[in-house]
Design a binder for this molecule. Structure first.
Ligand code: ATP
Length: 471
């Protein structure tokens, strides 16, 4: 299957089966903003719970937090976002298309056109450097969208934070920002957590929540949006242990995606070059996935050093260092951050799990989602809609509901009912037939192997629970 095709098919499946809808669709939609339907929110919640369990429950030294989206405006001055969270933009005066200047440079470099429009002094590997932008003769360059020359503006800085006003008066004193990352909520609560939960280094604080960025080039469905959710964990360590913990978390997080069922050959690590490093980072890795539109970051793992705590200490005047009880040393911890996108992980699971094949002469679409995150765990069917079989199936479905979400459907061909469940990633199909009345067994069908076995009704709930737990 051509890869762009997969993207189109996933988007259409999402809409058709109620995973993702366009926001405010009856009004024509709001660009690049999406709503999650019944199956979408089930998948998203399962993914969030999976991450939460992996990052908090399974560690005795990581605790959770839920900080507000709105924070004191000083937070964003201290974090560097007010000054640093900017992307230089170029507009086309003819077709009104808008580009990230660095994206254009990348494109031109790929096509080796840059020499023709600049004075040819751009060194390799200096992509993304602001000084490089000044070397391009933007006004002479061609717009990649409409193709006309002489219509591009010079790059202008654009702050990616969304602003709003607190209180009834829209004045500058009332400006607050919608947080562009969840991390700062953790840093400003570091002392609260330390004092209330008696944590000792190394320890972590995990959080899942919304973040907002006025992205210049949102797109690729839910891959890059202006409203999204992050799953972040900030791990506080002794400064000399920063490098070691960065490597540990990088490897752990890479394994996590494999455990989630993502194909290993579609995953890779990318270490940031010095030019790519964010202002706060000493060293960083991206975990990348090969989407139909190319290799892209799904999670960032950063050694943020003591930058954030020191800046908040400076701006707030509050002491944010750490006292080591044993050695009696006082120092500011380093922070290792693992930052992943919930919506982006969801898209990764959908794209990676999408397959088409033929079963019994019928075309089948299947989402190979891990049972741990599948929105529906089992479809429970009665072979025919009579002779007491639906009642047995309903009773079984009720017993299974304690284990996970199940779906019942008692009409239509059994093959069609299985296929409708395959398409939304349901791992098991369970069918009640006439034999059930005799020996209390049902057919259990596996979505991926298509194997069918007879299982007793009595053992089924524990069996399904065990399969989900081991996924
Ligand atoms: P990108 O280079 O893709 O813009 P970034 O380097 O700005 O990402 P981080 O600030 O490291 O991303 O954010 C961590 C994670 O948050 C990303 O790996 C991604 O999964 C998610 N994320 C960031 N921006 C968006 C967005 N606009 N839409 C959806 N998810 C996002």
């Amino acid at each position: 299957m051509a890869s762009q095709n997969v993207m189109d098919k996933v988007v259409s499946l999402c809409k058709r089966r109620g995973f993702v809808f366009q926001s405010s669709e009856i009004y024509g939609g709001l660009a690049s903003i999406w709503d999650y339907g019944p199956l979408g929110i089930a998948l998203k919640n399962n993914l969030a719970n999976y991450w939460w369990r992996e990052m908090t429950q399974l560690h005795d030294n990581i605790v959770g937090l839920d900080a507000s989206i709105l924070m004191h405006p000083q937070v964003w001055k201290a974090s560097g976002h007010v000054d640093g969270f900017v992307d230089p933009l170029v507009d086309c005066k003819n077709c009104k298309a808008r580009f990230k200047a660095q994206d254009l440079i990348k494109q031109w470099k790929n096509k080796k056109k840059l020499a023709a429009i600049s004075d040819g002094e751009i060194e390799e590997g200096r992509e993304g450097d602001l000084t490089e932008l000044g070397k391009v003769r933007w006004q002479e360059a061609a717009c990649p969208s409409c193709g006309t020359s002489g219509n591009l503006t010079s790059p202008r800085l654009f702050n990616l934070m969304l602003k709003t006003f607190l209180g009834p008066v829209e004045e500058s004193a009332a400006v607050v920002y919608l947080r562009p990352e969840t991390a700062q909520g953790i840093y400003v609560n570091y002392l609260n957590v330390l004092n209330t939960s008696r944590m000792k280094l190394p320890f972590g604080i995990a959080q899942i929540g919304k973040a907002f960025r006025n992205e210049i080039t949102p797109g690729n469905f839910i891959f890059r949006t202006r409203e999204f959710e992050q799953m972040e964990m900030q791990f506080f360590v002794r400064p000399e242990e920063g490098t070691e913990w960065l490597a540990k978390w990088r490897d752990k997080r890479f394994e996590y995606y494999k455990k989630l069922g993502i194909r290993e050959e579609k995953l890779r690590l990318h270490q940031h070059t010095p030019q790519e490093l964010a202002h706060y980072a000493e060293d960083a890795y991206d975990i990348e996935y090969e989407f139909p539109f190319g290799w892209q970051e799904i999670e960032g793992i950063h050694n943020r050093t003591s930058f954030d705590l020191k800046r908040h200490q400076e701006f707030s005047g509050k002491e944010l260092s750490y006292m080591d009880e044993e050695s009696k040393e006082r120092f500011t911890p380093f922070i290792i951050e693992t930052s992943s996108g919930l919506n982006r992980t969801l898209l990764t699971c959908l794209v990676d799990g999408y397959y088409e094949d033929t079963q019994d002469g019928e075309a089948r679409t299947v989402l190979r989602l891990s049972p741990a995150i599948a929105p529906i765990k089992a479809g429970v069917f009665s072979l025919v809609k009579k002779d007491g079989l639906p009642e047995i199936a309903d009773q079984l479905a009720n017993d299974l509901r304690r284990v996970g979400t199940v779906f019942t459907d008692h009409s239509g061909s059994i093959g069609r009912r299985y296929r409708r469940m395959d398409e939304v990633g349901t791992p098991w199909g369970i069918t009640v037939d006439y034999q059930t009345k005799e020996d209390l067994t049902v057919t259990l069908r596996d979505r991926d192997s298509l194997e069918q076995s007879r299982v007793t009704i009595a053992e089924l709930p524990a069996m399904i629970a065990a399969k989900i737990a081991s996924a």
